[in-house]
Ligand binder design. Structure first.
Ligand code: FES
Length: 90
């Protein structure tokens, strides 16, 4: 396990896709994968809990309602985006 830091400034830049003006939502799992950080995954839609990851610092918001409801201090990286700089234990 290692700490994985995501800066919201970096995420904001990454969210601008190849087509100028079109923003793409990048969930934490996608950001981690792009940075060679391995997070276990299954459904990729918040229904199985396989990707449940501890949040060491920061906050997230969910892109859709999920079946699994993480406790405070944890998140489902397949289904959330950072709303602040964030450190995950991944
Ligand atoms: S991969 Fe299933 S909840 Fe994230």
């Amino acid at each position: 396990m290692e700490a994985f830091f995501v800066s919201t400034a970096i995420v904001a830049i990454a969210e601008i896709g190849d087509d100028f003006g079109i923003e793409q939502i990048r969930v934490l799992a996608t950001i981690a994968e792009a940075n060679d950080i391995e997070i276990s995954s299954g459904c990729l839609f918040g229904d199985c809990g396989t990707c449940l990851t501890k949040i060491l610092e920061g906050d997230v918001k969910y892109t859709h309602p999920t079946m699994v409801k993480p406790e405070n201090g944890s998140c489902l990286p397949c289904s959330c985006v950072p709303v602040s700089d964030i450190v995950l234990k991944a």
